[in-house]
Design a protein around this ligand. Structure first.
Ligand SMILES: Nc1ncnc2c1ncn2[C@@H]1O[C@H](COP(=O)(O)OP(=O)(O)O)[C@@H](O)[C@H]1O
Ligand SMILES: [Mg+2]
Length: 198
């Protein structure tokens, strides 16, 4: 492994430990805070179709946010492991509370029903989980590169807005960035949206 690969792995390990160390009460308060402020943000108000995720491994939990957005008439989607395109994601329409199955990473996902596929071109906004972020909007994921691959195929002008959801403990001064990493347009925490440099 190169020094950079090692430093990315060490950084990822440390940040995953920090978010897993948050208590259930801290997680609950963070989920409430996010659901309170994010629906009123312009980027979210302007979006009709919004992808989010089922929280795992200490990630900031968007399930309360999903309920608010559903009540406000947004069309919601969740990522599933792409059945044909290795290490890519596919988005499926989601109704909060619908039955789910567990994928090979132990993460709940909707049943693969092709009538519920939401093409990327119809997504206005994607709320992404992350392991770490910096003030330039760089994102570190779990190390699979799934979002990078899925979003990297898109033409920049046509791609949905990207907001990374994070706990404050996931912020670092400067992340080691690779050429394939897709940066976020904004980062949202329980307290609000972070002003990105540049
Ligand atoms: N657009 C892409 N095309 C090809 N390989 C990619 C792409 N994006 C990521 N990868 C591969 O996926 C691996 C994990 O990416 P990385 O950015 O480290 O993970 P994550 O974004 O989950 O933190 C990398 O080693 C890289 O080889
Ligand atoms: Mg990446």
């Amino acid at each position: 492994m190169s020094v950079d690969t090692l430093s990315r792995a060490a950084c990822r390990h440390q940040l995953r430990q920090a978010r897993r160390a948050l208590s259930p009460e801290q997680q609950k308060q963070a989920a409430i805070g996010l659901a309170r402020h994010l629906p009123d943000h312009t980027l979210v108000q302007h979006a009709q179709s919004v992808a989010l995720y089922i929280a795992n491994d200490g990630e900031l939990d968007p399930h309360l946010l999903a309920e608010v957005l559903h009540t406000r008439g947004k069309r919601l989607a969740l990522p599933v492991l792409h059945p044909f395109h290795s290490q890519h994601l596919l988005f499926l329409e989601y109704l909060p509370g619908q039955p789910m199955r567990t994928n090979r990473y132990g993460i709940p996902e909707p049943d693969l029903d092709k009538t519920r596929v939401v093409p990327m071109a119809e997504l206005d906004l994607i709320l992404l989980p992350l392991v770490g972020f910096d003030n330039a909007g760089n994102r570190m994921g779990m190390g699979g590169g799934f979002y990078d691959r899925t979003l990297g195929c898109l033409d920049m002008g046509a791609r949905p807005q990207l907001i990374g959801l994070a706990h404050e403990c996931q912020r670092v001064d400067q992340l080691p960035v690779a050429p394939w990493d897709v940066p976020m347009d904004a980062i949202a925490t329980a307290e609000g949206l972070i002003d990105l440099a540049g």
